[in-house]
Ligand binder design. Structure first.
Ligand SMILES: Nc1ncnc2c1ncn2[C@@H]1O[C@H](COP(=O)(O)OP(=O)(O)O)[C@@H](O)[C@H]1O
Ligand SMILES: [Mg+2]
Length: 231
């Protein structure tokens, strides 16, 4: 079963063409990574799935279905939740309120406040705190928890390790592998080679809006990929 499939996608912001014939797919129970340096179009892949960037050529299918028009909610309704780059915790809302927001799409499943707080106990302890007052690592847990509240089949994380201490990145890797084991597929966008290596089984490398390489992370060599990643 294919959860997300991009076929020969060209994507634009206005007249600016950012993605060039990008094809990629994530199947059920997979952990897939997209690697690439700053500005190569990684976030634009996410934005294309959310209808923020415009598709000029090619197709996107969620769970085998091609929506006629991709709107912000199409992906969420199809079971694809995003942990955005920079986490985007909503200012003025408590931890609990940020989490509840994630359930707005109304998909049933095992994830609710109780389940998210069992996964990340700190979020229960700090449930009445402003979300933006949490530490970077805690905000990342909140962003992941909020995405889980949508009960996704596929979780897309856009550079989740950005700004986190190495020990927190280690915990993040464990969490993502755990979630995948519980049935949530993972699409991890990262420049942190070690996190990709520990989390994903398959990868794509994006360069200047094009997929220039793909393969299994098992034989992935950091020396070989160095020109495409930061760490
Ligand atoms: N809203 C936007 N409008 C126009 N250009 C954009 C917009 N967002 C990003 N870009 C440009 O698109 C390219 C790819 O950006 P992005 O997808 O954010 O890269 P990455 O996530 O790999 O760092 C960059 O050249 C960036 O300047
Ligand atoms: Mg980005």
């Amino acid at each position: 079963m294919t959860l997300l499939k991009l076929t020969d996608v060209d994507a634009y912001y206005g007249e600016a063409k950012i993605l060039n014939r990008v094809s990629l797919e994530v199947h059920r129970h997979e952990r897939v990574a997209i690697l690439g340096r700053n500005g190569v179009g990684k976030t634009t892949v996410v934005n294309t799935c959310l209808g923020i960037a415009r598709i000029g050529h090619g197709r996107i299918a969620f769970q085998g279905v091609e929506p006629r028009a991709i709107k912000y909610f199409s992906a969420a309704q199809a079971g694809i939740a995003v942990v955005p780059q920079g986490r985007r915790i909503i200012p003025g809302l408590t931890v609990r309120e940020n989490l509840i927001l994630g359930a707005a799409v109304g998909r049933p499943g095992k994830w609710n406040l109780e389940a998210v707080c069992a996964l990340f106990p700190i979020l229960a302890e700090r449930s009445e705190t402003q979300g933006t007052a949490l530490s970077g690592g805690q905000q990342q847990m909140l962003a992941i928890g909020r995405a889980l509240m949508a009960n996704p089949d596929l979780l897309i994380l856009d550079e989740p390790s950005e700004g986190l201490a190495p020990v927190i990145v280690d915990e993040l890797a464990e969490t993502l592998v755990h979630l995948a084991g519980e049935g949530t597929s993972i699409l991890l966008i990262e420049q942190n080679f070690s996190l990709v290596h520990r989390t994903a089984t398959r990868y794509y490398v994006l360069s200047k809006g094009t997929v220039v390489e793909q393969g299994s992370t098992e034989g992935m060599s950091i020396d070989h990929l160095k020109r495409h990643v930061a760490v």
